[in-house]
Structures are given as C-alpha cells and as structure tokens.
Ligand binder design. Structure first.
Ligand code: HT9
Ligand code: FE2
Length: 383
C-alpha cells in the first residue's frame, strides 16, 4: 500500500475554513447513450466554437463504433453507487447528486434536484484530477452557467475539492496497474530485458500549449507545459518508484484535436511507440494516468488506436486500468470531501508528490482559457 504521507510543508496548499455541506455533487463530462445522441452531444461539447457537423462526424465515428454509447455514464452511475456505499459504511449522511457538463443528467438538473430537496451547500467532486482549463476551470464555469440557468445563484453554493492528482487514493490503482502490467509483459515476452527493451508510457490528454502554460497557479514556476505537465511527471515518478521496478518511462499525450497549426502538448502516444519500436523496444505498458475511468478517450485512443499501432509494429503492449471504482480511489474521494468539510490543515492532508496538496480554491487567473476568452466561474477566489 502507498503510504498516505502528509503534505510537504512546501506544497502550494491553501486551506478553506470548515463548511457543513448538505450534499456531494459528482460532476462529470457526460457522454452519448445511443446513435441519435452523438451529434447533439458533440455540439454541446464544442458549443461556441462554430465547428461544422462534418468535422463533428469525424469524432462521431469513435462513438458510432461503440453503438453511439460512451461508457462514461455507466461508469459514473457505478462511481455514484460506490460513493454512497462508502458513505453508508462510514455512517455519514451526505446525499450524492450527479450532473454532467455535456449530457443528461445535466448539471442544471442536479442543481434543481438539490434545491427541491433543500440541499444548498454542495461540495463538488469533478471526475478530473489535474490542473488545466478542461480539467478544472471549465467545470467551475459550467457550475456558474448552471446556477444562472436555474436562477439558483445566491441560493446554492458550490465548493469543489482540490485537484487530486497526487492523492494516494487516485495514485494507488496506477501503482498496482504498472506492477501487474510489467509482470504480464514478462509472461508474454519471457526473454525480455525490461530495463533495456520495455518502456512504461504514461498517457494523458493533450491540451493546447497555451492552456498548458496557464495551468498555474504561479504558472511561470512550472516550466514547459505548466502545472499540468509538472503534475503528471511528478505522479509518474512516484508510480514508478512505488511499483518497485526499474524500467524507463516517458510522459506521452493522446486525443489531440484542433487545427494542426495550433501547438498542443507532445509527443503523441502513437508517434512515441513508433519511435521506440525503431529503437528496438519490444514491449510497452501504457498507463492512462490522466483519466479516472475507462471512457471513450481510453477505449478508442488507447485500446483501439495505440494498441493497434503497437500490434502493427510487432511489439507487445498492455493497457493498465484506470481508477474506476477501485476501493482506494472511492475512499480517497470521500476523504477529500471530509478534509475540506473539516478544514484539515495542509500539513495533515495526504499528497504523494511535493507539488501538493493542491489548493482548495483556484487562484484568480488560474487555468484561464486565453483562446476562448474569459467566463465567470464559481468555486474559486475570484470570478
Ligand atoms: C484535459 C482533458 C480531459 C481529461 C480530464 C477530464 O476527464 O475531464 C478530457 C476528457 C474528456 N474528453 C472527452 C471528450 C471530448 N473532448 C473533446 C475536446 C477536448 N478535450 C480537451 C481536454 C480534455 N478532455 C480539449 C483541450 C479539447 C478540445 C477543445 C478545446 O479546444 O478546448 C471533444 C470534442 C471533439 C474534439 O475536439 O475532438 C470530445 C468529444 C471525454 C468524454 C469521453 C467519453 O465520452 O467517454 C472526456 C472524459
Ligand atoms: Fe476532451
């Protein structure tokens, strides 16, 4: 088990005062549940960006290949049930509401439900562990939009748990996954020398370099790729160390979209596998470090595309599981709610890298989107 070491005092934590919450808001991305949902869902995801339906059809085919159904909604139903079970096990009476940014059940519906049940102080868990516009601020903007849509500003307050990339509950499943993945490679390629012929590839969602460089706070201190890249590198290092294996590793990116002229974080996972194969690498273990569940970005971009790339090059490849409903992850999410509710001091909060524990509330300007412009957000220090 990964030791739940208390925070290094040097971490950037800023701790809020205790708040008695009425309910947990499980906030996620949402996904289509049938072929007819696919284009309307993609219009929601890309709203305000004027992307023509022909371009959306290109992304749609990932969903179409799976019957138009993203696995993400069932995964959130399971996560909600697991959170409820863990709360019940601990004797904590805190309802869990679920709302998505891009598909039914929408955030606005969850807020209406909260209001009708008299639940007005919400603590949100977003299914997104790192700092960036897409994984943090966009959730906070969409909370603000849902509050405005429902006329519940001033009635409902939404706080959000800290970014949990380095919480031991999130990291533990990846440690187990890497250890198991490497053992599986040894079974598949019995004569392999892991240290020279295998690579562990930690994969996360590529984002535009502009977003990455603003994924602060204090973004200038994090170098190339901002806090987003720094957080992934720090967690990957811990995972490798804790797995007890001495195998070289890289951070790679997947699921790039946007025009080719716009710089996004690189290298792409497929390009890196191709390069490694040319260098004589015989096996890769792919770790979806940027994701909390096996949703479409994992099923398509890794299990379909990246595994195919490896197969075509004749090298062995294993994809490690995401946290999903792993007991350590579920219990860690409840711990995150309770540390916030109780105003636990930063030094007592678990964090496995010295970047954390992360802030309770975003700093002004944190995770800004310079491409699409300023939108007000809640759950932060400044709108
Ligand atoms: C960092 C990050 C995460 C990880 C954090 C988190 O988990 O939140 C994530 C997750 C996800 N992304 C998802 C789906 C999509 N993301 C898109 C587009 C984009 N994602 C971006 C970033 C991220 N995305 C960005 C920078 C864009 C371009 C838009 C822009 O320029 O700002 C598009 C539009 C089409 C396209 O542009 O390709 C789709 C359909 C799904 C659902 C999967 C399912 O249905 O199972 C999930 C969980
Ligand atoms: Fe995305």
């Amino acid at each position: 088990m990964l030791a739940a070491t208390a925070a290094a005092a040097s971490g950037p934590a800023h701790v809020e005062v205790p708040t008695a919450y009425d309910a947990i808001l499980l906030a996620s991305f949402g996904g289509p549940e049938g072929q007819d949902d696919v284009i309307p869902f993609l219009r929601n995801v890309t709203r305000g960006r004027g992307i023509p339906d022909e371009r959306l059809e290109e992304v749609a085919h990932h969903y179409r290949a799976f019957g138009g159904v993203s696995p993400i909604n069932d995964q959130n139903r399971e996560l909600k049930a697991a959170l409820e079970a863990e709360l019940a096990r601990r004797g904590i009476d805190l309802p869990v509401l679920w709302g998505n940014r891009n598909w039914d059940p929408y955030l606005a519906e969850a807020l209406q439900e909260a209001d009708s049940r008299g639940l007005h102080r919400l603590i949100a868990i977003a299914t997104s562990a790192y700092s960036s516009y897409s994984s943090c601020r966009q959730y906070r903007e969409d909370f603000a939009i849902a509050l405005a849509e429902t006329g519940l500003e001033g009635t409902i307050e939404i706080d959000k748990v800290r970014q949990f990339f380095d919480h031991p509950g999130f990291v533990q499943p990846f440690i187990e996954g890497v250890a198991d993945g490497l053992a599986e490679i040894e079974r598949l390629v019995p004569d392999i020398d892991l240290a020279s012929e295998a690579r562990v590839l930690f994969s996360t969602h590529s984002i535009p370099s502009t977003d990455a460089n603003l994924s602060g706070p204090d973004f200038r201190g994090f170098g190339e790729g901002g806090a987003y890249a720094a957080q992934h590198l720090a967690v990957a290092e811990v995972v490798m160390h804790e797995s007890g294996r001495d195998v070289p590793w890289d951070l790679v990116y997947q699921s790039r979209s946007g025009p080719p002229t716009q710089p996004w974080l690189e290298p792409d996972v497929n390009d890196r596998i191709t390069e490694l194969a040319a260098q004589g690498v015989r096996a890769v273990v792919i770790v979806p470090l940027g994701f909390v569940s096996d949703h479409m970005e994992v099923k398509w971009d890794l299990d379909t595309e990246a595994l195919e790339t490896a197969a075509e090059l004749g090298i062995a490849a294993i994809r490690v599981p995401t946290p999903g409903v792993h007991a350590a992850y579920v219990s860690g999410l409840i711990d995150l709610v309770l540390e916030r509710r109780d105003g636990v001091p930063a030094a007592q909060r678990p964090a496995v890298t010295d970047l954390g524990p992360w802030y309770d509330v975003c700093r002004p300007g944190c995770c800004e989107n310079k491409r699409m412009g300023f939108k007000p957000a809640v759950s932060g220090l400044a709108p």
